[in-house]
Design a protein around this ligand. Sequence first.
Ligand SMILES: Nc1nc2c(ncn2[C@@H]2O[C@H](COP(=O)(O)OP(=O)(O)OP(=O)(O)O)[C@@H](O)[C@H]2O)c(=O)[nH]1
Ligand SMILES: [Mg+2]
Length: 569
Amino acid sequence: MSTGGADARTPLTVGTAGHIDHGKTWLVRALTGKDTDRLPEERRRGISIDLGYAPLDLPDGRRLSVVDVPGHERFVRTMVAGATGIDLFLLVVDAGEGARPQTHEHLAILRLLGVERGVVAVTKADAVDPETLELVQEEARELVPGAEVVAVSAKTGVGLDELRSALAGVAAGVERARADRPTRLWVDRSFSLSGIGTVVTGTLWSGSLGEGDELVVEPGRRRVRVRSVQVHDRPVERAEAGQRVAVALPGVERRTIARGEALVEPGAYPVTYRLDVALDELAPIADGARVLLHLGTAHAAARVVRLGERWAQLRLSAPVVAARGDRVILRGETTLGGGVVIDPAPPRHRDAARVELLERGDVAATIHAPVRVDLLRHLLDGELGGVERAGPWAFSRSWLAELEGALRERIAAADPIDPGIPAPPEPWASDVVSLLPFELRGAKLYLPGAAPSLGGRGDEAAELEGRLASAGVRATKVDDGELARFLEATGRLVRLGNGYAMSADAYEVAKDVLVREASAAGEIGLARFRDLVGTGRRDAQLLLERFDRDGLTRRVGDSRVLRRAAQTP
Ligand SMILES: Nc1nc2c(ncn2[C@@H]2O[C@H](COP(=O)(O)OP(=O)(O)OP(=O)(O)O)[C@@H](O)[C@H]2O)c(=O)[nH]1
Ligand SMILES: [Mg+2]
């Protein structure tokens, strides 16, 4: 953050404002020597259509960047793109006409964008009598209280020196607070230069930018590498926040990059379809209203979801790059209002309380269930305090307590034969569950030291064991899989395929038969094994398959041979 006013080296941008034909472009030309109406159509029609740029040298040695905007009511959209990111305004009022509709609309937009300082030029002073000039100056003073009002003529040069000093005076008092944020440049033009390739220009909103920097063009996440940077046609090593820069981007197709996109530090800003904003309404904006949102040089259709009196969630038709504190403009037929971004990447919600907390900077109070800390970065000025952390997650203490309670309840209801429950499937589970007093075994959670028990099913188990014992080497279908697993884990039965089981004793007998015969004969077939064990063909088959799974045997054609480890010496 800057402390006092800007010294003469602080790069600042001044933007014109004012009704069509009031003399903005002529005044810029008189001040800078540069005609910013360069399009053939602009020259033919005598109006500005696109943004114009020129450097302006002031008597105190400061060099301002001037952005000249069109005044036509159809081009307010372009005016907003030009006015965004400027530090001070130069409002132009025609001495013969006084304030007109876009004088007021541009002023309102400047205020909504937070551009509070500037100078009013009452121009074409040569074309009116002194009384009219005095009246219009008086009107201008009332319209923009606190701003110096200077009568000028682009035609005769009258008042230009006074205007330059007035601008220098205002510039000296401007504070900038964007330098310490990550790099973000809003593109306002792109063109190609032979031998250089694609060049984009824009106002560097924050951070710095220099040769070799790896940046991304958002939305779209295209990686680009900066080849060179110029400020006012002069190469610089690094451009700083506030400067108007031209950036050469080799390997980028000119048509793929345009006004409304931003060149940013990778990952530093969210690209978002939703913005939570504190509203500033010029006219009442209804819940559900469809508006055009302007942010930086970008615009997108948006639906306004009101969150109480003061806030709204803007749901956009196309994503924009945003940061907390960004100013937005909302327009319909005319400018309806604006807002300050409170959450640049909010969830879909209608929760006014959440925005109120965030507006106060109380990020922690909005956190309950786990959210990734890196996504909160966009809301934070410093470190995140007052929340629980695990790995990349932040969550509230009360949420953790609720989770523990819910898991305990489910564990209490689990089958005592396997008294665990599946661990939560959410991505935070592995980080968060380790904070709780449970044991993770495989993918299941248990109370510490919990052991399987039959609970109230001792009778069922005894009955099953009895049936298995009397079945001998004949397989028995067991419907209760839990019980079968429990009895197998405690060494009382062996599960075969298809839900069949055999007592552990009978299984050992069958195994013994197999090992003996296969050791003696070198191999054993299904029929031979069946005859030796004295069971049916299906059960013999189930037993052989289980031996294979246990690593005792291996199939060779229609027979089994013992694996090396199972061979008797
Ligand atoms: N007599 C006189 N005429 C002026 C002066 N400045 C501008 N004009 C006249 O006003 C016309 C419009 O001036 P511009 O500078 O193009 O007006 P603008 O505000 O840039 O217009 P838009 O960009 O279309 O909004 C010019 O073509 C001149 O004829 C001035 O100082 N004195
Ligand atoms: Mg113009």
